[in-house]
Design a protein around this ligand. Structure first.
Ligand code: IPD
Ligand code: CA
Ligand code: CA
Ligand code: CA
Length: 259
């Protein structure tokens, strides 16, 4: 695919995200409809559904034959990463959105034949879009982001998910103790942004493909490693405990997983 074409897609998707943001703010003027999916901590609102519907429609017009994996319509029908595959997380941090109307993201990613092509994470309330990919570099709006410094776990903040830390799975407690401090935000997208900006040395959580697809494109472009927590390649169609971290912090955390 030509760079110019990727640039056009990037510009187009940024406009979609602004449209989605306007929709979110319009919906926030009315009461939200909140439903439980698998339990009281797994919620979906009318806004999640409407944003996904908007973005699905846009993708279908732009690339009619592409496959789409979106959180609120995922029926597990996409079984292969061959060809163009889009990932949509219409509201990442739904609980934050419901409870505090802050720290939530809209995320999109494009992969072709399993290769990361473009990713977008919009911090909705700050109105920043983190976007780009291997051919375009990584940008916050119109500002190119540098590759973060390779800081060790001991010298950096680590972003973790609360549920994994409380359960102390995958040595999360040791990871926390080795670090300079733990930060728990409640939105994978916003945590990934901290790593992308070099404000945290890593983020680890159990995630579904739409939670990590966009971040994987952006982070890997800027030399942050993104693997399963035991250092293996991620399957883009499965949920995994994903670790994204600087090379040094990644090595330390993967070593902790060894028996
Ligand atoms: C969730 C949030 C949360 C993370 C979960 C995700 P959702 O996404 O990013 O911070 O810990 O793993 O599922 O459901 O709000 O899109
Ligand atoms: Ca959800
Ligand atoms: Ca999510
Ligand atoms: Ca979501």
């Amino acid at each position: 695919m030509e760079t110019a074409t990727l640039q056009e897609i990037d510009t187009t998707v940024k406009a979609w995200l602004q449209e989605a943001r306007t929709l979110v703010y319009q919906c926030m003027q009315n009461d939200l409809t909140v439903e439980q999916k698998t339990g009281r901590l797994d919620l979906v609102t009318n806004v999640d559904k409407q944003v996904e519907q908007l973005l699905r429609g846009k993708i279908k017009t732009l690339m009619p034959t592409a496959k789409i994996i979106g959180e609120e319509n995922d029926h597990g029908q996409i079984k292969s990463m061959v060809g163009a595959v889009w990932f949509i997380d219409p509201i990442d941090g739904t609980m934050n959105f419901i409870k505090q109307r802050d720290d939530f993201a809209i995320m999109l990613a494009l992969y072709i034949d399993n290769q990361p092509i473009l990713g977008w994470i919009m911090d909705v309330t700050k109105n920043h879009i983190y976007h780009g990919g291997p051919q375009l570099g990584v940008w916050r709006d119109d500002e190119k982001l540098p590759v973060p410094a390779d800081i060790t776990l001991n010298d950096g903040l680590i972003e973790l998910s609360a549920s994994r830390l409380v359960a102390n799975e995958m040595h999360f407690e040791e990871i926390a103790k080795m670090s300079s401090g733990v930060r728990i935000i409640g939105s994978a997208g916003i945590s990934f942004i901290k790593v992308l900006e070099g404000k945290a040395v890593g983020y680890a959580s159990k995630m579904k493909p739409w939670d990590f697809a966009a971040a994987k494109v952006l982070l890997e472009t800027n030399k942050i490693l993104v693997t399963t927590i035991d250092g293996k390649e991620i399957d883009m169609l499965l949920s995994s405990t994903v670790l994204s971290a600087t090379a040094s912090a990644h090595m330390q955390i993967v070593q902790l997983q060894q028996p």
